[in-house]
Design a protein around this ligand. Structure first.
Ligand SMILES: Cc1cc2nc3c(=O)[nH]c(=O)nc-3n(C[C@H](O)[C@H](O)[C@H](O)COP(=O)(O)OP(=O)(O)OC[C@H]3O[C@@H](n4cnc5c(N)ncnc54)[C@H](O)[C@@H]3O)c2cc1C
Length: 540
């Protein structure tokens, strides 16, 4: 098999991966260079589709400060946020957001040239920066992609997927196996710093706002390598995704910022219902709004509720929400006059690879940045627009950490790693699986049994059905194509979600159990490490 060596290898080209590459290149002179790989085209990612914005606790906003932001984050996180992490990220926000501006990100400004801030659910002040109205993700990724393309220290490999983390018996990461989806070939890359920036896993559910690539690859790879995986039961279901028909599985997001600007939720009788669920009404935390909508849909036996955005006014809608206006209009809805049909959809993976603010995981040499990581910032329920901020602040910190780290490659290849590589150099027999059909079966199981409202009985049902799917899919390691690799990873991630959800016998944030509706007095993280008896540990 072909092999190469780089000082740092970054997997993923969303906000986290792109910014990590740029900051490392800026801070460190590396003898063997930086490799950035992406299974998609450069920049194609969840980040690109982010609408509402990015939290900016910046000196340009006199109404805000880090303490206020930390308070809001912790309140939304339902007892499970890591306070130190939240403080760190809030305090770093000013420097990092202004660095993004220097890198070329253009946030929207008012007629006086001052940054404009919007409000989103559960934020106590207007602090969300946006770009292109409701195309913040595109604004950020386009600027970062341009900078990466102009950076001679960064080698980019598109259409290339990481499929295995190479780790020694002493839990030291020494590289990865890559799969080139265009040639169908595997290759090895050795490195002393492997950064997973592969995003979340919301694609394991039938209805999702996430693009196809969000199959939880990094979480599955790190789990297989023996890393600690944290809080996987906390999947955020966004309350308002465009629900044109029950058959449309990809659900275009109707950003929280639309409710922030005054839009109201109504049921099919035209009644505004949010006051029955929270005194914060439309701006209650996401899990509260999601369950309220789900409840209304079940009571009325309807596939959706509606969002009335007409109150915002035609002119403002066109300026603030051009993308949402255009997509709805393409579906026959003029949002200034007609209610938008909306329903919840899986949206954000709060759990992931347990990591510190600088990306360190429980495996030496393996780092996790962005949605793939679980740093404790989001707790049991992510505060809107905190995720993009987490991506860039953690990338910044990782570059800083690596600048003090020895990045020399090991002298010789570990024996255990040689064996792992051997698996990928052998050919495999048999036809490829119909992965679209298999993915769809798995996504139905997850939506119907491990969704917004959970119970022991449904979770056990899911556990049984996933075990059957696993036994029918014979590929544990090497696969024939990208679809098979993604399905292999989705099975692993789905099991992690089910096991964690079964073990959490309480309701907290995004994890709601109808058989355990109360929240326990002590908030504990769930931690899973791969071992033979598959034990799940709960720790503070
Ligand atoms: C529709 C939508 C709207 C959102 N709006 C907001 C918002 O307004 N504000 C906010 O803060 N957050 C928002 N979010 C969440 C936010 O966009 C994400 O949490 C964040 O962008 C994650 O960035 P990331 O770099 O960690 O991952 P991603 O942006 O998902 O990037 C992951 C990258 O990894 C690549 N990849 C994955 N697996 C592999 C593999 N095995 N090998 C190689 N490459 C791989 C992918 O191709 C992709 O390039 C939104 C999310 C969605 C889906």
């Amino acid at each position: 098999m072909k092999y190469s060596k780089y000082s740092v290898v970054i997997v993923g080209s969303g906000a986290a991966g792109l910014y990590t590459a740029l900051k490392i290149s800026e801070q460190i002179r590396l003898p063997e260079g930086i490799l950035l790989i992406s299974k998609s085209a450069l920049g194609e990612s969840n980040s690109r589709y982010a609408q509402g914005g990015i939290v900016g606790v910046v000196h340009q906003n006199p109404d805000d400060n880090a303490d206020l932001h930390v308070k809001d984050t912790i309140k939304a996180g339902a007892g499970l946020c890591d306070e130190e992490t939240a403080e760190y990220i809030a305090k770093a926000s000013d420097e990092v957001i202004n660095d993004l501006i220097t890198t070329g990100v253009e946030f929207d400004k008012d007629e006086n040239g001052e940054l404009t801030f919007t409000l989103e659910a559960a934020h106590s002040v207007r602090r969300i920066l946006h770009s292109g109205g409701d195309a913040t993700g595109k604004g950020i990724t386009d600027a970062l992609v341009r900078a990466v393309q102009n950076d001679k220290n960064i080698t980019v490999m598109e259409n290339t997927m990481a499929v295995e983390v190479l780790v020694t018996a002493d839990k030291i990461c020494e590289g990865a196996i890559l799969f080139n989806k265009l040639t169908g070939e595997h290759e090895i890359v050795y490195t002393s710093a492997l950064v997973l920036a592969t995003g979340g896993a919301a694609q394991v559910y039938k209805y999702t706002t996430n693009p196809n690539g969000a199959t939880g690859d990094g979480i599955a790879l790190a789990y297989e390598a023996g890393a600690i995986i944290q809080d996987m039961e906390f999947m955020q279901f966004h309350p308002t995704a465009l629900a044109i028909s029950p058959d449309s599985k990809y659900r275009f997001l109707i950003s929280e910022a639309v409710r922030g600007e005054g839009a109201k939720l109504v049921n099919s009788k035209g009644e505004e219902f949010m006051s029955r669920y929270s005194d914060k009404r439309e701006l209650a935390p996401r899990d509260v709004v999601t369950r309220a909508i789900f409840n209304e849909m079940q009571n009325e036996n309807m596939p959706n509720v509606y969002l009335n955005a007409g109150v915002i006014g035609e002119e403002k809608l066109a300026v603030r929400f051009p993308t949402i206006s255009r997509i709805c209009s393409r579906n026959g809805i003029d949002i200034s006059t007609k209610p938008i049909p909306v329903a919840p959809a899986s949206h954000y993976t709060m759990g992931g690879i347990r990591a510190e603010v600088d990306g360190k995981t429980s495996i030496a040499g393996l780092y996790a940045i962005g949605e793939v990581a679980s740093t404790g910032l989001h707790g049991a329920n992510r505060l809107a627009s905190n995720s993009l901020l987490e991506c860039v602040v953690c990338a910044y910190e990782l570059a800083d950490y690596l600048s003090f780290t020895n990045l020399d490659s090991p002298e010789k290849i570990d024996e255990g790693i040689k064996k792992m590589i051997d698996v990928y150099s052998r050919s495999i027999s048999g036809d490829s699986y119909n992965v679209d059909e298999l993915k769809s079966k798995l996504k139905n199981i997850m939506w119907n049994n491990v969704g917004i409202i959970r119970s022991e009985q449904k979770l056990l049902e899911a556990q049984k059905e996933i075990e059957i799917l696993k036994s029918e899919f014979k590929r544990r390691r090497k696969c024939l194509n990208q679809g098979e690799y993604e399905y292999r990873n989705m099975l692993i991630v789905s099991s992690l979600i089910v096991e964690s959800a079964l073990s959490r016998k309480e309701s907290r944030g995004a994890h709601y159990r109808e058989d355990y509706p109360d929240t326990l007095p002590t908030a504990l993280h769930s931690n899973i490490v791969r071992d033979d008896d598959k034990e799940l540990a709960y720790v503070k």
